[in-house]
Design a binder for this molecule. Structure first.
Ligand code: SF4
Length: 57
């Protein structure tokens, strides 16, 4: 992904996220990043994927 995601004032309506320790997290399980990247290739289960855009608060 090119560059860090921007934190928007409005939530990204297509994303539900419960990672409340993320810089982009908003109450109500919203993500305020303008874009996210999900990893990783060749995942075989839900547990093998996660958000690479995550940034600690
Ligand atoms: S950037 Fe990823 S981890 Fe952070 S709130 Fe958005 S979806 Fe969740």
């Amino acid at each position: 992904m090119t560059g860090r995601a921007k934190k928007m004032s409005q939530p990204n309506s297509g994303i539900k996220c419960v990672v409340n320790t993320c810089h982009y997290y908003g109450s109500g399980d919203h993500c305020h990043a303008d874009k996210i990247e999900v990893q990783s290739p060749n995942a075989k289960s839900t547990e093998m994927t996660d958000c690479a855009t995550f940034l600690p608060e």
